[in-house]
Ligand binder design. Sequence first.
Ligand SMILES: [Zn+2]
Length: 320
Amino acid sequence: MIDVVSFLPGKRKQTASGWISFNAPCCIHRGDSQDKRQRGGIKPGTDSSWSFHCFNCGYTASFVLGRTLTFKARKLLEWMNVPQEEIERINLESLKHKSIEGLLGERQEIVNRLQNIEFEDRDLPAETQELNEFAKEYLQNRCVPLDYPFLYKTMPRRGIVIPFTHDNQVVGHTTRFLDDRTPRYIQDIQPGYVFGTDLQKSNWQTAIVVEGVFDALSINGLAVLHAEINDAQVRLIRSLGREVIVVPDQDAAGMKLVDRAVELGWSVSMPDWPAGVKDVNDAVIQLGRLGALLTIMQARETSKIKIELRKKQLVKRLRT
Ligand SMILES: [Zn+2]
């Protein structure tokens, strides 16, 4: 039993959304002043797992039972004055719980390393908070499940921070600003990253590849985050071993994605959506999640000729 809460300072409080907050130990080690507003938060999960986020300096770390303690989790425990022997004990205790899945995961990790599918852990922006009602309403209107670990930010502009995870570690983020100014997004993204691998369930046969982060969130798809799929992203998507269906945005840029999908031998779906619907997220808002998924599955094409025909039809409609 590894109980991270027992290492936390006595002065702490529990929030309604499951965070235990206390004065963050990270900030002073990262050139910030000592946190006195209990801006450090730990969210305990199942099986002794936890994730830490500092709402002040943006430091993140997490722990999963059965896995080696990550560098960032070790650092955090050190900063919490957990003795070195205790940190080693936690690590050994964790590895005792390595399951079949853990072993398979490790094999996958080695395969990934050989294929160069690796991302470094990153921090999230500083000065964030939990979602407020305004931000929640925005996400609900976009039909995005609120159980994703979103954060909210007001400075310099108000926006929703969407952590990019890979293997449940934070490896980047995007911020969707909620005012009308441009740019609408800023991103911290590593080359070859594909959003949404952690949204895939192990027993799924199919992976739906979309362009945007909200498209992916609204149907548990994979997002390539622009209207192209680079070679590193192709390697990552192929490593999942699923049937791939690419669903492009129905605009000029999206049509480039169709050509790329055909080149890769992947299926493409360009559903005949109602007027005004131009991407998967729009479709989910109009038709509901299940309705949108049905249109995607029904319009799925594997034949190159049929894909080309459908693309021609769409291009014609885009011109009118
Ligand atoms: Zn901090």
